[in-house]
Design a protein around this ligand. Structure first.
Ligand SMILES: Nc1ncnc2c1ncn2[C@@H]1O[C@H](COP(=O)(O)OP(=O)(O)OP(=O)(O)O)[C@@H](O)[C@H]1O
Ligand SMILES: [Mg+2]
Length: 237
């Protein structure tokens, strides 16, 4: 079986500093893949390299068997690879609805904009209530919902989440995970980078540990959750 996404021996540098060293990961269609690692391990760099934001020096990224290495980010999005970046990136002076419309500017998404907005409002009723409110005035949790909603407007098949629960209150964190589960239930493929390592490994079918830019461990979510090294280093057990 060919994976939906295949990253093969990716090297990424910032100047002379190497951030990714021969990183290989795969995501099968419909699975949740967790990437675990401490601060500075290279998790966001990996997502940005897949998304076409940071060009890798070596290695390949394949999506549906096609080599997409080096494609610009809009072209990667157009193929169905979406991302919810670290830090709830919304356009603060635009309204909730305008932010969602911005998410549908891709050719693949524009014709389905009206239906997609209705779906996002069904998923996040609080966004419907705040449709005409400036995004910058939303609470942190609402902004994260909006960031997820805007990503969904692009009709992604695969979504990469970078620390979606960071800085949110516990109840909202639960809501974010429920949303990720619901999207997985709809058949979306998900790459999840999360500080909540236990929760993300419980959700994930497969998982990788990234340390200093290298994959040092891989397995099913359950296997990594049971691994002593993972438990000590990332779960404090
Ligand atoms: N734009 C950049 N320019 C130079 N170095 C960078 C840049 N972005 C990241 N780095 C460096 O690359 C390494 C990996 O960073 P990255 O943000 O990918 O880690 P991370 O695993 O996402 O960490 P965190 O958990 O803190 O978000 C770090 O040493 C970081 O300082
Ligand atoms: Mg990061």
């Amino acid at each position: 079986m060919t994976a939906l996404l295949e990253v093969d021996r990716l090297d990424l540098y910032y100047g002379d500093a190497q951030a990714l060293d021969a990183v290989s990961i795969a995501a099968q269609e419909g699975e949740i893949v967790a990437i675990v690692g401490s601060n500075g391990a290279g998790k966001s760099s990996l997502i940005r390299a897949i998304a076409g934001i940071e060009p890798p020096r070596r290695g390949t990224v394949r999506y549906r068997g096609r080599d997409i290495t080096g494609l610009p980010s809009h072209a990667v999005c157009q193929l169905g690879v979406g991302q919810v970046a670290e830090g709830r990136q919304v356009f603060p002076s635009l309204t909730v609805r305008e932010n969602l419309e911005m998410g549908a500017m891709l050719a693949r998404a524009r014709p389905r904009m009206a239906g997609a907005i209705a779906e996002v409002f069904t998923l996040f009723p609080r966004l419907r209530e705040r449709e005409r409110q400036a995004a910058g005035t939303l609470s942190g949790g609402e902004q994260q919902m909006l960031a997820i909603g805007r990503c969904l407007m692009g009709q992604p098949e695969l979504i990469m989440f970078d620390e979606p629960s960071l800085g949110l209150a516990p109840a909202v964190v639960q809501e974010v995970f429920q949303t990720i589960k619901a999207l997985h239930g709809r058949g979306l493929t998900i790459i999840l980078v999360e500080q909540n390592v236990a929760v993300s490994l419980r959700l994930a079918q497969s998982a990788y540990v990234l340390e200093n830019g290298r994959i040092v461990m891989r397995g099913s979510g359950a296997e990594l959750l049971a691994d002593d090294r993972v438990r000590q280093a990332y779960l404090g057990l």
